[in-house]
Structure formats: structure tokens, C-alpha cells
Design a binder for this molecule. Structure first.
Ligand code: SF4
Ligand code: SF4
Length: 474
């Protein structure tokens, strides 16, 4: 596609990047056929080719209006179009540029500004956990769309282990640790943006104490399994420790059984995806630099071999740090290296299969929902299905439309509830889970969104694996 950039963009980094992407697009429209918003709305401007055209117009100097902003807002950033595109158009990167340019020029209505500001700062704030607990207490008076988003409150009495997994702070047995320190600092999951402490060196996992019953069971490898010799960073996530803390607990326990200790850097926080989705590129880059500062010393020294991500939405973002910070001389090399060393938890499955007991998932019937951030963003459409099958489960994907987004898409389910809910209904129909099947996913957003109305359970696959391992004889 020929472009003629306006003078104000011609010699800028964003202008050059956008132009290189635009030149690859041959306007064939193949991508339109697989775009969820085009399928729902039937408007060319709510499909990738139309949005590319709108962004091109802005870069060529046309003043965008509210209509352009709305068409760009409706994009899920699912990147299904990138998987379909035969020309390798990096639509997601172009959309980031386009949204930011439009955001600078088009003022939003006050209600929208307030909602976006609340999401931008609320989800990464220390107040998020208490706010969720308050919401649980007053759930019956909340609108249904909001009440659905809240996880179930823990019952007043529950088994010891399950209880420990239901609070926003991980149990002592799984507390993130910092190498070299005498004692690991207390951790509340992801440190909110701007609230982190200085990067800490890594410490060994704390010894179980009388105050932490169950710690030994969680951290000691089962008989016959070697003590952990490999160390990785893990990102707890900003909402996951509050909405579904059991996912991080299960991840640590499964990795530990395979001889891998997952550490959380106290100073790391939100990966930056929330800010990026809301067109706050500078805010996103700040979060990314803070995380790199937290992870880098142990990566550089070789104490930690890489990063494991158990939320594919965070993983796809951290894998993109190298591109997003390529222009920053202080962070270009470190961000590139961090991205290279980042792997989704599903990418560890081949190694886990070799290190865990044989076929722990035998007898389980799983329906895999591969999040867009895994299948399109990270280009791992089959990693989860193949890995879970190797662990003995009976596995299948969606019966139809496996490529389509479930409608969660970060903050999309809040900002675009009608489209989001229509896509969720369609996704659940496509998955068509039977009563004896469990839907498994790899991203907290999809799990919460689908789980709100699914008749069958929707869980992170690592929770199912952890449960099976705990139940199997050592
Ligand atoms: S499929 Fe690719 S080349 Fe064709 S219109 Fe879409 S983005 Fe452009
Ligand atoms: S990212 Fe998804 S919603 Fe956005 S244009 Fe591409 S296919 Fe459509």
C-alpha cells in the first residue's frame, strides 16, 4: 500500500514503523473474513482492512474524528487478522500507533474518560484487592454485568490448603523469594505500578515454619524427584493474585515438582498491557522498564535462566518488550534479551512431561480454549493441546470457530460489553463442553469471562494438572 506521510510524522519513529507496516498490506481483505468484529457488525471499518485504512488516513494528515476512534476502540487486539494475513502485516503494532495518534487528537466524552482512567489505574492499584472484597460483599446490589466479573468469595470454612489459596497473598509456602537475601520478603503478588521496591537479588525459598503449616507439603519435591536446581522468574500478574490466586500457587507447585523454582521479583508489577490497550504508551513503557530493572540483575548474573508466564496476555506483552523498547538506548538490549528468555507456561510442557510422573492427567476430559494471546499473539496454536495430551488427558479443541476471540480482551469486556458478551456466547457454543468435560485456558481474563456464564467449569490448565499431581501417589 502506497503511503504519503504527513510532515509531522515523516521523520518520527512511529511514522517510520507505521509506514513499513502499511507498505506490506496489499489490501486483499483476507483478514476481514476472520475478524470477530467484522463478523458481528458487518462493517468494513470494523474489520482490519478498514481500520488499517483509517490509520493510514490519520498518518497522511487527515484529522480523525469520533467515528475513527470508535472503530479503533471496537478492535479486540486479538490479532486473528495477523494469523490470516498472507503478507505478514503486523496489524497489532500498527493499531498501537494509530490509537495513540487518535487519542491525542480526539477528546472522549467525560464518562468514557472516567471509565478508562478507573481501569487504567484501578486494576494496577494496591486498592484492587480490597475493592474486589468489597464488591463480593455487596454483590447482590451490583449490576449483573459487574457482579459476573467478581470471583466467588471463599466460604467461611474450607480445607486448609484451599483456604490458603483464596486470599490475595500467596501462602507462605509459595511466597516469592529473592536470591541472596537472608529471608524472602513478603509478597502480595504483583507490585502495583509505581509501588515497587528496588530490584532485589534472589533468595532461596523460605524454610517451612510452624506458622506456615502445609509449606513443606507445597515446596518439598515428592519422593524420587530431585530438589529444584533451576531458577526462573515468574510474573504474578496484577489482577490474578486477587481474582484467582490458586493459579500462581499451582504453577509454583507444578514447576517445583519438575525441579524448577519460580521466583517473583518484589519490584515487578503489571506487564504494561493494560496501559497499552488504553493507548497510554508512555505509561506502558514505564511499567516495562520497571519490570526489566527488577528482573535484569539475576538474569545478567545467570542466577535465573528465564521467565515463565502463566497468563498468556502478560506473556505476549513481555515477549514484545524488545520491540517496544528498541528505540531506548538504555533498555534496548536488556528488553530484547528479556523477551527472548520469556516463555509461556505451555511452552514448558514438553519439559514438564519428561520430569513429571507418567500420564498424571489420565481420565481427565479437557476442552482447550487457546487464548488469542497464545494462538495469534505468541503463535502457539497447538502447544497446549499437544502438551496436555502428552500428560495423559483426553483433549480436544473447540468444535467450531477455535480461532475467534472469546470477547475478554483485557479491558474490552468492560468497555464494549455488548460485543464482548456476544463473542462469549459464540465461544461457549463453539467449545460445546459436555457435562464430563472441563474447559481449560491459559489466560486469567478468558477464564473469568467464560466462567461467568459457562455451564461447565472453566479453569487454568495448570490448576487441573496440579490437582491431579497432588492426588497421585508420590
Ligand atoms: S490480509 Fe494482510 S495484506 Fe490483506 S488486507 Fe488484510 S492486512 Fe492487508
Ligand atoms: S485484532 Fe482482531 S478484532 Fe482487531 S482487526 Fe484484527 S481480527 Fe479484527
Amino acid at each position: 500500500m502506497q503511503t504519503d506521510l504527513a510532515p509531522q510524522y515523516r521523520d518520527t519513529a512511529e511514522g517510520r514503523a507505521a509506514e513499513a507496516i502499511l507498505r506490506k498490506c496489499v489490501h486483499c481483505g483476507f483478514c476481514t473474513a476472520t475478524c470477530p468484529t467484522y463478523q458481528l457488525l458487518g462493517d468494513e471499518l470494523d474489520g482490519p482492512r478498514g481500520r488499517i485504512y483509517l490509520i493510514k488516513q490519520v498518518l497522511e494528515g487527515h484529522t480523525p474524528g469520533r467515528a475513527t476512534q470508535i472503530h479503533l476502540d471496537r478492535c479486540l487486539t486479538c490479532r486473528n487478522c495477523e494469523t490470516t494475513c498472507p503478507s505478514g502485516v503486523e496489524y497489532g503494532a500498527l493499531l498501537e500507533i494509530g490509537r495513540e495518534l487518535v487519542e491525542r487528537q480526539v477528546k472522549r466524552p467525560v464518562g468514557e474518560r472516567l471509565a478508562r482512567g478507573a481501569l487504567r489505574h484501578g486494576l494496577t492499584s494496591p486498592a484492587f484487592g480490597p475493592a474486589v472484597k468489597l464488591g463480593q460483599a455487596v454483590r447482590r446490589w451490583l449490576p449483573a454485568s459487574l457482579a459476573q466479573k467478581l470471583p466467588a468469595a471463599p466460604p467461611r470454612t474450607m480445607p486448609r490448603q484451599a483456604a490458603s489459596e483464596s486470599f490475595s497473598e500467596p501462602p507462605a509456602s509459595t511466597a516469592p523469594v529473592a536470591p541472596g537475601a537472608a529471608a524472602a520478603p513478603p509478597v502480595s503478588g504483583a507490585a502495583p505500578e509505581g509501588h515497587g521496591t528496588a530490584a532485589a537479588p534472589i533468595a532461596r525459598a523460605p524454610e517451612p515454619t510452624p506458622e506456615a503449616p502445609g509449606a513443606a507439603a507445597a515446596l518439598s519435591p515428592p519422593a524420587g524427584v530431585a530438589a529444584a536446581t533451576r531458577q526462573v522468574w515468574m510474573l504474578d500478574g496484577c489482577v490474578q493474585p486477587t481474582l484467582a490466586p490458586a493459579i500462581n500457587t499451582a504453577t509454583r507447585r507444578v514447576l517445583e515438582r519438575a525441579g524448577i523454582t519460580a521466583h517473583s521479583a518484589p519490584a515487578a508489577g503489571c506487564c504494561g498491557a493494560i496501559a497499552l490497550h488504553l493507548a497510554d504508551t508512555e505509561g506502558a513503557l514505564r511499567a516495562m522498564r520497571r519490570n526489566i530493572d527488577a528482573w535484569w540483575p539475576a538474569i545478567d548474573s545467570g542466577e535465573v535462566e528465564g521467565l515463565v508466564m502463566n497468563a498468556s496476555g502478560c506473556g505476549v506483552t513481555v515477549k514484545d518488550y524488545g520491540r517496544l523498547l528498541a528505540h531506548d538506548p538504555r533498555y534496548a538490549e536488556r528488553s530484547r534479551r528479556i523477551s527472548e528468555l520469556t516463555r509461556d507456561l505451555a511452552e514448558w510442557l514438553p519439559e514438564l512431561c519428561q520430569r513429571l510422573p507418567t500420564a498424571p492427567l489420565q481420565g481427565r476430559r479437557l476442552v482447550v480454549q487457546a487464548p488469542c494471546t497464545l494462538q495469534h499473539g505468541q503463535r502457539l496454536p497447538h502447544a497446549l493441546e499437544a502438551g496436555l495430551r502428552s500428560l495423559g488427558a483426553t483433549v480436544r479443541g473447540a468444535r467450531q470457530e477455535a480461532h475467534l476471540c472469546c470477547g475478554s480482551a483485557g479491558t474490552y469486556s468492560v468497555l464494549q460489553p455488548e460485543l464482548s458478551q456476544a463473542l462469549r456466547d459464540r465461544k461457549l457454543a463453539g467449545l460445546a463442553a459436555e457435562p464430563d468435560e472441563t474447559i481449560v485456558s491459559a489466560n486469567i481474563g478468558c477464564i473469568q469471562h467464560l466462567g461467568a456464564t459457562s455451564k461447565q467449569p472453566v479453569r487454568h490448565w495448570v490448576e487441573v494438572l496440579d490437582e491431579a499431581l497432588e492426588a497421585s501417589p508420590a
